[in-house]
Structure formats: C-alpha cells, structure tokens
Design a protein around this ligand. Structure first.
Ligand code: URA
Length: 195
C-alpha cells in the first residue's frame, strides 16, 4: 500500500445521483509530501473512465503548463473537491461538495502542502467560502481555513478556460510560475515571506 492509499475513498455512497452515474471514485494522485496540491472541481468523462484526476483535455493543458513552469506532474498532488463525476459534467451541488469535504480535508491535512492551488471557480469558492472572480483574483495567494488549519490558497483559472478563452493562457502560465515559487527547489526565504 502506498503512503496515501489509506486515504483513498473506495465505497462512498453519500451522493445517490453520483453513485448511480459514476464508473469509479477518482481519488487524488501524486506524492504524499508534495509542496503543491492542485484541487479541481470534479472528475470529467476521461477521469471517470481512468480513475485519475485531470487526464482528459484539461489534464493535457495542466501538464503542459506545469512543464512550462519547470514543474512535473509526478511531483505534485492533484485532487478534486468531489471524487465522483457529476452527470453531464454539471457543477457539483452544494450537498455533494459538503459530502466530499471530509475527504478533501483529510487530503490537505496529510499532504500539508506549501500551497493549495485551486483550478477554477468551484474549488476557489469552496475553499475560500465566498464568491470568487477567478479571472481577477488568479495569481493571488489567499488564506483559508481547511480542516481547522490555516492554509495558503493560490487562485488559478481552470485549465479548460484557456481552451475556451486563449486570453487566459498568460494568466494560467503566470499562476503556475507563482506556484513553482512554493516548491522546495525555490528559495525557502521567498516562500516564507509570503505571509
Ligand atoms: N476538471 C476538473 O475539475 N477535474 C478533473 O479531474 C478534470 C477536469
């Protein structure tokens, strides 16, 4: 068993509609001691098929962005607010987000990342617990309480947004550059100076 497998959710039945529609539960992937924990919204079709977050088109964009920022997918942890695919890729409901919150909190607690990077509006609003205008706040580091602990949250646009709106590409790339500053390879000084 890998060091995170005990956190894998294997038989959750909290959300009737998601249980009925899912092919599988999509748990987080990546090292337990990652400096960066990326949190998306919920699995899409590909993720539901393959059982891994961000393996579809959004995942390709994320992988490319990580590479351009000098990061490697293998070194970051990637998870979602909700671990089962909502039918038709609709947004997760508040009840679904609440049902899955405990798993997300356990994930954040265990990984204890230098920063949680939210991919898109749903995870930003879920963790910051307020309305977020992602395009104007992208690249900003905020503080949120997750599982009773203060956590740094770096707001990022969803990778898919760069496909629909190419003007978001620069914002996405700049935010990933900012994320890279929180990794161990970068100066610990600049990381601690954030707050
Ligand atoms: N979009 C998300 O928010 N999460 C995924 O895992 C894939 C696409």
């Amino acid at each position: 068993m890998s060091e995170m497998e005990d956190l894998d959710v294997t038989a959750c039945k909290r959300c009737d509609e998601l249980v009925a529609c899912r092919s599988r539960i999509v748990n987080g992937t990546g090292p337990a001691d990652a400096d960066l924990l990326f949190v998306g919204e919920a699995p899409g079709e590909r993720e539901d098929e393959q059982g891994e977050p961000f393996v579809g088109r959004s995942g390709d964009v994320l992988d490319d962005g990580l590479r351009e920022a000098g990061l490697d997918r293998a070194d970051v942890r990637i998870a979602n607010c909700v671990r089962c695919r909502p039918p038709g890729n609709r947004d997760p409901t508040d009840a679904e987000l609440a049902n899955c919150r405990e798993y997300l909190e356990q994930e954040v607690d265990r990984v204890d990342p230098a920063v949680v990077v939210t991919l898109g509006k749903v995870p930003a609003e879920h963790l910051l617990d307020r309305d977020v205008a992602v395009t104007s706040e992208a690249g900003d580091v905020r503080e949120a309480t997750v599982g009773g602990e203060p956590r740094r949250v770096l707001v990022c646009v969803h990778p898919a947004a760069t496909l629909y709106d190419p003007s978001q590409r620069e914002t996405f790339a700049a935010t990933l550059d900012r994320a890279a500053e929180f990794t161990d390879e970068s100066s610990g000084q600049s990381r601690l100076g954030e707050f």
